[in-house]
Write a protein that binds this ligand. Structure first.
Ligand code: GCV
Length: 679
C-alpha cells in the first residue's frame, strides 16, 4: 500500500511483500560492502596508502547502501545481514559483495566490465550470491538502487550479468526556488530549502531529497532560481550552501547555484560588472575561492544573462563568450563548470524563435572547455509541443546541455496529469541531420538540466502522479534508450505496486496524457496562447503584456486567410537555422510533419491535411479529440476506486476532474476564437 501522504514516492518498497522478498533474502543474508580504507577519494587507482582523511563521504555512501537494502527488506518483515566492512575483511564464500576493489571480487564471479566509467557499475550473480562492482562508491549506490528497483518490480536476481553507465556526465535538477521560500513556476508548495535555518538546522528532508534524486541517477542540483538574488553569493549564504552540499555529497550529488551576472555591482559594490574589467575579475576570483574553501567539490554556476531583465555582458558591449569565459576561467582552476543559458530574446529580432541561434552561432568555438550552453528543448518556451531548438547540432564546437521543464508551467501546472517522457523522447530522438550518423539530439549533448517540479508539499511534486515526471527525467538522463513506456512501467510498479489491473489503469493514464494535452491545448503546434503571465488556461485573444512577443497573436497569427506563424523562407526564415535537409523538410508544407505545421507555416483555412480534413475541420477534430481523451483518463481512473486508498483515489480524481473541465475550456475558447476568422 502506498503511504498516504506520498512522501516515499517510488521508494516506499510497498510492492515488496514478505512473500516476494523471501526469494531475494538469500542474496542479502550475508552481504558485505567494502568501505574505503586508504583511498582519499574513494577510488581504487592512484590511491596513496594510509590516507583516509577525506573518506568520510565515501563511508557515508557505503552506509547509505547498507541502510537502503536493509530498509527495503525490513518493510517486508525480513532481516538481512548487510555489513559495511574494511578492505582486509575475510569474506565468506557464500556472501554477496559491493566493492570498488578488484581483489575483493569473489573468485567465482569472473565477469567484470571495467568500461563503465566513474559512475557506472556491473552486477553479476549466481543462484544466491550477488556482486556489484564499480570504480566509485556512488557507482555502487546506483547499483544498489538498480537491484532494489528489480526487487520492487519482482524481477529475478539470479544469474545476472549487467553493466550500466550513464548517458551523460552531468544530470542536473534546476530549482527555480527563490531565497524567500517562494518558487517561480512552482506548483508543489514552497521551497525545500529553509534558508533561515541553515546552516544550523539540517532538515531530514534534505537527505530524503538527495536519496530520491540519487535513486534515479540525478547527480547535480542547482539550488536557486535563474532569476537570481545576488545575496546567494554572500558569505552567509555560502555557509548555507556548504551545509546542503555536505548532505548531498554521500548521495553522489554535486551542488551548483544560479548567480547574477551583476553581482560585483549589486553585492560587491563595484561600479561595473564588465567582464573585462580587472576589479570585476578579482571580485569573482575572491568569491569563487571563498566558495571552494567551503565546498571543495562545488559543481559550478548557472547563469541567465541578458534575458528577461537579468544583467549580462551586453550592457558593457561584451559578448556572451566574453561574459561566460571570464567566470568559467576562474571556476576551471577548481574543476567547476559554468552553465550559461541560451534563453535570450527581446533585443529587436523579428522572430523570437530565431534569437538564441542568431546570437550564439557566431560564438561557436569561442567558449572555454568548461563552459556549457544550456538550451531549452524548443526555440520558444516549454510549450506542450515544440520542434527542437536549432542550436542542438547547430552549435558544433560548444558543449551543449538540454534544458527540460519538469514543472508543467504551460501544461496545466499542478492540476493536469501529463506524463512528459514521450515529449522528451521526441526531442532527444530527433535527427538534426547535421552529419551522416549519430546526429540525433541525444548525441549532441554533454549534459542535461531540468526545471524541478519539487516543493515542500508532503508528496514532493504536487501529487503522486506528478512524481512520475521527476522519476522519468532521472531515468531518461541516465539512459536515453529507455522507452517512455518502459520508464512509466517502472515508476508505476514501484509507486503503485504489482496489482495488474491497477497497473494497466496507471499506464493508460500516463501513456495517453501528453497527446491528450497537446490536442486540447495546442494541436498542430499552435503555441504560446496561454493566459498572460501565469500561463494557465487559454487566451488566444489576449492583449495584455508590455511586450508584443508575450502576446498570443504574435505566435498564432490568425487572420482571414489562415492560421500559424510563417517561418519558411518566405516568412521569418527560421527554418534555415536547421541543417539543410531538416530546413528543406520544414520549409515545404507538403513535407513538414503535421505535428509542427502551425509552427512553421501560415496555413490557409481550406488547406487539406493528410486526414482529408481542411485545417478548419482538423482543428475542430483535434480539440474535440483532446476533450474526449481527457474524459477517458478520468473514466479510466474511476476503475481504480476499489484498488487504492480512499485518499489517493480522491486526490487523483480531483486532479482529473479539473483537467477535464479545463480541456473543455481550452476547446471552447480556442475554437470560438479561431473559427471566428473563417466566417
Ligand atoms: C525563470 C519563462 C518563464 C519564466 C522563467 C523563464 C526562464 O519565461 O515564464 O518564469 O524565468 O522562462 O526560463 O528564464
Amino acid at each position: 500500500m502506498v503511504r498516504s501522504d506520498g512522501y516515499d514516492a517510488w521508494l516506499s518498497y510497498s510492492s515488496v511483500t514478505n512473500k516476494n522478498a523471501q526469494k531475494y533474502a538469500a542474496f542479502f543474508s550475508s552481504c558485505y560492502i567494502i568501505a574505503p580504507d586508504g583511498c582519499p577519494d574513494g577510488r581504487q587507482e592512484g590511491c596513496p596508502p594510509g590516507k583516509d582523511s577525506n573518506n568520510s563521504s565515501a563511508t557515508d555512501t557505503c552506509t547509505n547502501i547498507q541502510r537502503e537494502i536493509s530498509s527495503c527488506f525490513k518493510s517486508a518483515g525480513i532481516s538481512t545481514s548487510v555489513t559495511v566492512c574494511g578492505r582486509g575483511t575475510l569474506i565468506p564464500d557464500d556472501a554477496g559483495v559491493f566493492t570498488i576493489f578488484s581483489e575483493s571480487v569473489p573468485a567465482h564471479f569472473s565477469y567484470i566490465d571495467k568500461e563503465t566509467g566513474d559512475e557506472g557499475f556491473s552486477i553479476v550473480s549466481d543462484a544466491s550470491r550477488i556482486c556489484a562492482f564499480s570504480k566509485t562508491y556512488t557507482g555502487l549506490l546506483y547499483a544498489a538502487f538498480k537491484i532494489l528497483r528489480m526487487i520492487q518490480m519482482n524481477e529475478g536476481l539470479e544469474n545476472l550479468s549487467i553493466s550500466e553507465k550513464p548517458a551523460l556526465p552531468h544530470r542536473i535538477l534546476n530549482h527555480w526556488d527563490n531565497l524567500d521560500g517562494s518558487i517561480e513556476r512552482g506548483y508543489a508548495g514552497e521551497s525545500l530549502w529553509k534558508w533561515d535555518e541553515l546552516p544550523f538546522v539540517i532538515d531530514s528532508r534534505y537527505t530524503d531529497y538527495a536519496r530520491m534524486l540519487c535513486s534515479v541517477g540525478i547527480n547535480g542540483s542547482v539550488l536557486n532560481n535563474v532569476n537570481t538574488q545576488p545575496k546567494i553569493l554572500s558569505t552567509d549564504y555560502i555557509s548555507k550552501i556548504a551545509s546542503l552540499a555536505s548532505v548531498f555529497r554521500s548521495w553522489g550529488i554535486k551542488t551548483y547555484v544560479s548567480v547574477n551576472f551583476g553581482s560585483p555591482v549589486s553585492l560587491g559594490g563595484l561600479k561595473t560588472a564588465d567582464p573585462l574589467d580587472q576589479s570585476v575579475i578579482e571580485w569573482w576570483e575572491e568569491k569563487i575561492a571563498e566558495i571552494y574553501a567551503s565546498v571543495p567539490d562545488f559543481g559550478g554556476f548557472l547563469i541567465k544573462a541578458d534575458s528577461e531583465g537579468q544583467p549580462g555582458p551586453y550592457a558593457y558591449g561584451r559578448s556572451h563568450a566574453d561574459g561566460a569565459n571570464m567566470i568559467a576561467g576562474i571556476l576551471a582552476r577548481y574543476g567547476g563548470i559554468l552553465i550559461w543559458r541560451a534563453f535570450v530574446y527581446g533585443h529587436g529580432e523579428t522572430d523570437r524563435a530565431k534569437k538564441a541561434y542568431a546570437d550564439f552561432k557566431p560564438l561557436d568555438g569561442k567558449f572555454l572547455p568548461n563552459v556549457t550552453i544550456q538550451v531549452k528543448n524548443g526555440p520558444i518556451d516549454f510549450q506542450p509541443r515544440e520542434p527542437v531548438h536549432p542550436m542542438f547540432g547547430g552549435m558544433e564546437k560548444a558543449n551543449i546541455f538540454m534544458e527540460f521543464q519538469i514543472a508543467q508551467e504551460y501544461l496545466g501546472q499542478g492540476n493536469h496529469l501529463v506524463y512528459l517522457a514521450p515529449m522528451w523522447k521526441e526531442i532527444l530522438d530527433f535527427d538534426t541531420k547535421i552529419k551522416q550518423e549519430k546526429s540525433q539530439v541525444k548525441h549532441t549533448l554533454s549534459g542535461i538540466g531540468a526545471v524541478s517540479n519539487t516543493g515542500n508539499n508532503s508528496d514532493w511534486c504536487g501529487s503522486l502522479f506528478h512524481t512520475a515526471n521527476l522519476y522519468a527525467y532521472g531515468r531518461l538522463s541516465w539512459n536515453f534508450e529507455l522507452s517512455s513506456e518502459h520508464i512509466a512501467r517502472e515508476w508505476a510498479l514501484c509507486t503503485w505496486g504489482l496489482d495488474t489491473f491497477l497497473h494497466e489503469i496507471v499506464m493508460f493514464i500516463l501513456m495517453n496524457s501528453w497527446e491528450a494535452c497537446v490536442n486540447y491545448m495546442t494541436p498542430l503546434c499552435l503555441h504560446h496562447i496561454m493566459k498572460y503571465h501565469h500561463h494557465y488556461g487559454p487566451d488566444p485573444a489576449c492583449e495584455e503584456g508590455e511586450r508584443e512577443d508575450w502576446k498570443p497573436k504574435y505566435y498564432h497569427r490568425a487572420d482571414k486567410l489562415g492560421l500559424g506563424f510563417d517561418r519558411t523562407r518566405n516568412g521569418s526564415g527560421a527554418v534555415d537555422q536547421y541543417s539543410k535537409p531538416v530546413a528543406d523538410m520544414f520549409n515545404d508544407i507538403a513535407t513538414c510533419p503535421e505535428k509542427y505545421l502551425l509552427w512553421f507555416h501560415h496555413v490557409p483555412w481550406n488547406y487539406k491535411l493528410s486526414s482529408g480534413r481542411t485545417l478548419k475541420d482538423e482543428l475542430v477534430y483535434a480539440y474535440n479529440k483532446g476533450v474526449s481523451q481527457a474524459e477517458n483518463l478520468l473514466s479510466t481512473w474511476k476503475k481504480a476506486e476499489s484498488l487504492v486508498s480512499k485518499e489517493h483515489y480522491k486526490a487523483v480524481l480531483g486532479k482529473l476532474e479539473i483537467q477535464v473541465k479545463d480541456a473543455y475550456e481550452w476547446r471552447d475558447v480556442c475554437l470560438q476564437y479561431f473559427l471566428s476568422f473563417t466566417e
